[in-house]
Design a protein around this ligand. Structure first.
Ligand code: AMP
Ligand code: ZN
Length: 113
């Protein structure tokens, strides 16, 4: 999508600190990190959010989480991290291109706020 912030990041129109990229996935540092590790893992396919995803998106959503797990392993934070999908405005979703937050590197409270 031309006017989607994360599609523009994937295209390289907006600079980011890239963490990982393959044919299907792009991952980059969150611009406003909430923890020592705060990476956004996104599908290259534009999907508006989890509630708009369809069964054909199941594999790519799984790949996003497995990529987050790989990044967490590489960074040595497997003692505790979260993969978070905010869904809808009341959850705090502000960018409407599906993204998995990988948050870790500190103690994480439960329940989340
Ligand atoms: P959400 O609130 O779940 O929609 O998450 C959107 C995330 O995108 C927030 O954590 C923002 O800090 C992050 N974000 C917004 N713009 C950028 C950007 N240009 N580069 C990196 N992260 C961004
Ligand atoms: Zn997009």
């Amino acid at each position: 999508m031309t006017d989607c912030l994360f599609c523009r990041i994937i295209r390289g129109d907006i600079p980011t600190k890239k963490v990982y990229e393959d044919e299907h996935i792009f991952a980059f540092e969150d611009i406003d990190p909430k923890a020592p590790t705060h990476v956004l893992v996104i599908p290259k396919k534009h999907i508006r959010g989890l509630k708009e995803a369809t069964p054909e998106d199941a594999e790519i959503i799984g790949r996003c989480h497995l990529t987050a797990a790989k990044i967490a392993r590489d960074r040595g934070i497997e003692d505790g991290y979260r993969t978070v999908l905010n869904v809808g405005p009341r959850s705090g979703q502000s960018v409407f291109h599906l993204h998995v937050h990988l948050v870790g590197g500190r103690d994480l409270g439960w329940p989340p706020g």
